[in-house]
Design a protein around this ligand. Sequence first.
Ligand code: IDP
Length: 139
Amino acid sequence: MATNRTFTMIKPDAVEAGNIGGIINMITEGGFKIVSMKLTQLTVRDAQKFYEVHSERPFYGELVEFMSRGPIVAAILEKDNAVEDFRKLIGATNPADAAEGTIRKRYAKSIGENAVHGSDSDENAAIESAFHFSGREQF
Ligand code: IDP
């Protein structure tokens, strides 16, 4: 995986609220090219595995339940400096702290139901992309 890629999910809250189009628009307006994309749903087991790093945190159960409760959009995005630039575009975890012009400022409801995921490192971008997409789905 090239270091100019990152992985994102449009989370169940944003899909339920009809915000897929608005969020994809912000992503492409932000200069990211979509190289893989699918509407899918995490099983409870998938969500447990995806967020295993948070398994000791008090919100883990709530997070797993939330992330598996409905469809998500999973996507791989390409841009120079993708991981860092995408974290800037999505904004702080808690929308109350998110900067103006960020996806979470516009679409997130709360620190838990915060509309989008963005990988936090090149290594995790590659792992998370492979979690959702086979090699031949990564264009
Ligand atoms: P990030 O998504 O901004 O990287 P992380 O700290 O890695 O934030 O947390 C992963 C996800 O766990 C968050 O996006 C959010 O959905 C959820 N989360 C984080 N902190 C809390 C919390 O205090 N309560 C409930 N859910 C949380």
